[in-house]
Design a protein around this ligand. Structure first.
Ligand SMILES: Nc1ncnc2c1ncn2[C@@H]1O[C@H](COP(=O)(O)OP(=O)(O)OP(=O)(O)O)[C@@H](O)[C@H]1O
Ligand SMILES: [Mg+2]
Length: 839
């Protein structure tokens, strides 16, 4: 509705302004007589409506002549729109049929010879016939009657709507003066209002023309209303777009401005460079690094984010840290495998003595790896007592393959996040141990040792073993998702090896996924060989000695094994040898010695007094001492049970940190002895006037379990019969009150311990026979094993025939020394006194 002619309506200059026609004037105009023939002025791009004032520029010669003649004799002209605005010289056919009679209100001569005229429409007409075409057209016309006979109310409503919409449009149009709204408001004549609005509508000429040709007033009003509606919608939409664009631009500008300000402030504070330079460096690093596509994409986004973040903000540090992790990880970096099996074998032999079966299995494993070319083999798990070389075997495998080795201790890990990382939303979040291990390795195909899988915990923070399951599953681990990284990491080229002390404590699903390889403890001879071939040379080197400066006799090593260590593995032995080597090194350094050849007698000087005595013979020299076999977390061990009698009232006294189960075993054994006193040949006075004290020495270690039953009973029978226990024999087994011997656990470790201690015969429950059958016969060499079902068989085997004293005499108590009657009533009371025995 932008039209230059509107100014005429609102011009402040009273001289210039042409008043709006009132309703009456309008009516008069529309019924005024028009001549039968009028000169026709063609309008190029608009339509003149009755009552409307229109300024036009007249340029064409014909039109100039027409205007001059008509203005001269103040006569009406006929104004008709051209069908096409392009035509320079329209013929009658190029003009519409309907036009408007008009009077020329003003004529203004322009300097270039053209003229501007102001015309006002009077009444519509229809052309009947052109009667002249030179110098301008003259046509015969007939006036068109205005049809007023309409429903007043309907027209009223229409007019009101038109006014409302028109005013809205004026208000929305940025190039229309707001006074226009005022003018519209003041238009009284409905016909004029319709014509005025129609004339000013932003529509095509032919649309305007059809408005002019619509004779019934109501129809014309409705059409105008439709056009107005459309126009309003267009305006509203464009207004919406405009304001949206504006706010977008505003926001961007605001941010830009703020950023500039921030930059200035940072520069002032001397913090400027930081960010940008750093991001640039990181980008360069990213470009140089080979990364999987999905990682590169994320990295790109993060770097962009970093560039937008203030280096002093905590967000910056968080993003920076994340970017560093991505850049530090060896995503696509792999070391080349050395799959020479012969070489691998020599590496394994170089590092470890014996362990033939284990080494063979490892070599098979490597051979399969070589042939298959992937890691989809079960994970190896070495299990056995401490210090037998589980961890160091893992290192050897890495060395044999030419891979990086990372040890990851799982001891005490209870939180799933330790394996899988914390989500980045946590303050101070970091990746889990797997990702950390890879960073440490610097390659994506290292050997990762999952040490101590049996010591994994689990609690409310989630089960770390379930995360491990995913890590170890060859079907899943090519896309391991750490919570911190949130990027899949391919672990499928990593070789995982697990170690454990106790198989039973490895979570079941985890255990199922692994190939279990047992490494048992070493015998005395094996330890000696390991010491000579591996531990001594290593300690010599580690303590800065030369080969020729240190040697140690076999006897001396054996003494260390027997007297200073008690273990299944060789860790203590290695430490003790290290202490000896250190002592020698000190003497060499102070020039006290040039070299040393350590003999048995020297050991005391370097390691102080011996700590352990393998003293079965010595200890069992007296009646009442029996040798049992125990299972401890550090492997098997032998244990002595000592019983002694003292004058009393028949009480059983127990000491040596015994647990409840062991105490009950002791009571059961005591009851058995008492109830079989006759067959065992024990005088009943032995229970009446004597207390018996059972002690289990070597005992700062708490002891529990039922397996000492047979030993407890043997010790008791030994003391009451005064027959000694054979010192070359050790035993284990649970007993029942009726003297049956029940099977127990830990047989393998116990048997090894017996062998270490120089025991020749081991008595085991019949039901444990199968455990022995599973043990490598080599390990059992030189050890006799016998199986028993009942306690009577045990006693037959265990006790020497000869009694050290006549029991009747031994337990006889003179009448006057017997305790008073009431005291004897405490017969059979259990007394348990805890005593901590340190050795
Ligand atoms: N057969 C062997 N030959 C040579 N050295 C050995 C042998 N067995 C163990 N060792 C050495 O004993 C030391 C202890 O071994 P390692 O640390 O591997 O024990 P481990 O089985 O992992 O024990 P833990 O269960 O306590 O972790 C290492 O220095 C290792 O080299
Ligand atoms: Mg270890």
């Amino acid at each position: 509705m932008i039209d230059q002619n509107l100014y005429l309506m609102i011009d402040d200059d009273p001289e210039q302004s042409i008043p709006l026609p009132t309703a009456d004037e309008e009516k008069e105009m529309s019924t005024s007589e028009i001549p039968d023939a009028v000169p026709i002025l063609a309008l190029r791009n608009t339509v003149l409506f009755p009552g409307v004032v229109l300024p036009i520029t007249v340029g064409r010669d014909a039109s100039l002549k027409l205007v001059k003649d008509a203005f001269g004799d103040d006569s009406l002209i006929g104004v008709i729109a051209q069908k096409s605005s392009e035509l320079e010289d329209p013929t009658p056919d190029d003009l519409f049929e309907y036009g408007t009679a008009a009077s020329i209100l003003k004529l203004i001569k322009m300097p270039d010879g053209s003229k501007s005229i102001v015309i006002q429409g009077k009444r519509r007409f229809r052309t009947k016939k052109y009667i002249q075409d030179d110098p301008y057209f003259i046509a015969e016309v007939e006036a068109v009657e205005e049809e007023y006979d309409t429903d007043e109310i309907e027209l009223d409503a229409l007019i009101r709507s038109i006014k409302e919409l028109a005013i809205q449009i004026v208000n929305l149009s940025p190039n229309l003066p707001s006074e226009a709204a005022y003018a519209i408001q003041n238009i009284e004549s409905p016909t004029f209002l319709i014509h005025f609005i129609a004339s000013n509508l932003q529509i095509e000429v032919n649309e305007k023309q059809s408005l002019l040709e619509t004779i019934p007033l109501v129809e014309r009003a409705e059409l105008v209303l439709q056009h107005l509606n459309r126009e309003l919608q267009v305006l509203q939409l464009s207004e919406e777009i405009r304001s949206k664009v504006k706010t977008d631009v505003d926001k961007q500008q605001r941010e830009y401005l703020l950023r500039q300000q921030m930059k200035t402030i940072q520069e002032e504070l001397g913090e400027a460079e930081g960010g940008e330079a750093e991001v640039g460096e990181l980008k360069e690093r990213a470009n140089k690094k080979s990364l999987p596509d999905h990682v590169r994409e994320t990295l790109k986004k993060e770097l962009e984010k970093l560039g937008r973040t203030n280096p002093a903000s905590p967000d910056y540090a968080v993003t920076r840290n994340y970017v560093d992790w991505i850049l530090d990880l060896p995503w696509l970096e792999y070391s080349e495998d050395d799959l020479d099996i012969v070489r691998a074998e020599s590496v394994l032999d170089e590092d470890h003595y014996g362990l033939e079966r284990v080494k063979k299995r490892i070599l098979e494993y490597l051979a399969v790896l070589k042939l298959k070319g992937d890691m989809k083999a079960p994970i190896l798990c070495f299990h056995g007592p401490p210090g037998v070389g589980k961890t160091s075997l893992g290192k050897s495998i890495a060395r044999a393959l030419g891979r990086e080795f990372v040890r990851m201790s799982l001891g005490g890990v209870r939180d799933e996040a330790e394996i899988r990382g914390h989500r980045r939303t946590y303050v101070g979040a970091l990746p889990g141990r797997i990702i950390k291990a890879l960073k440490k390795a610097g390659t994506s195909n290292p050997v990762i040792m999952l040490d101590e899988v049996d010591k994994l915990g689990s609690d409310f923070r989630g089960d770390p073993s379930s995360a491990l399951l995913e890590v170890l599953d060859p079907e899943q681990n090519n896309a391991f998702n750490d919570h911190y990284l949130e990027l899949d990491y391919d672990l499928s080229k990593t070789l995982f090896i697990a170690t454990a002390n106790f198989l039973e404590r490895i979570p079941n699903p985890l255990r199922d996924r692994m190939e279990l390889i047992e490494i048992t403890g070493y015998t005395q001879e094996e330890k000696l060989a390991i010491a000579k071939q591996y531990l001594v040379p290593r300690q010599v080197e580690q303590n800065g000695l030369k080969e020729e400066q240190f040697s140690i006799e076999d006897d001396a090593i054996s003494l260390i094994i027997d007297g200073y260590t008690r273990e299944s593995g060789v860790r203590q032995l290695e430490r003790a040898l290290g202490a000896v080597a250190r002592g020698v090194a000190k003497k060499v350094a102070t020039a006290e010695l040039e070299s040393a050849d350590i003999i048995e007698g020297d050991i005391k000087e370097y390691l102080n007094a011996r700590r352990y005595f393998s003293d079965t013979a010595e200890r069992t020299e007296v009646p009442g001492v029996a040798t049992g076999l125990a299972w401890t977390p550090v492997g098997g061990d032998i244990l002595f049970i000592e019983a002694s009698v003292l004058r009393g009232t028949g009480r059983l006294i127990l000491t040596g940190q015994l647990g409840d189960v062991m105490k009950e075993s002791a009571q059961a054994a005591f009851s058995y002895v008492k109830s079989h006193y006759k067959t065992l040949g024990i005088p009943y006075d032995a229970f009446k006037y004597w207390d018996v004290h059972v002690h289990i020495p070597a005992g700062s270690i708490p002891k529990d379990g039922p397996s000492a039953g047979v030993t407890l009973l043997s010790a008791l029978v030994s003391i009451y019969t005064q027959r000694r226990v054979k010192h070359t024999l050790a035993m284990t087994g649970e007993i029942t009150l009726r003297g049956l011997v029940l099977p127990v656990g830990g047989i393998k470790e116990k048997v090894l311990a017996a062998k270490r201690a120089g025991i020749e015969l081991v008595l085991l429950p019949e039901k444990n026979r199968k455990d022995i059958e599973e043990i490598d016969p080599d390990v059992l060499q030189g050890l006799d094993v016998q199986y028993v079902k009942r306690m009577s068989e045990v006693l037959d085997q265990v006790l020497l025939d000869e009694a050290m004293a006549d029991v009747e005499e031994f337990f006889a108590v003179p009448e006057n020394e017997r305790p008073e009657k009431d005291k004897a009533a405490s017969n059979g009371t259990l007394i348990h006194e805890e005593s901590v025995v340190t050795d």
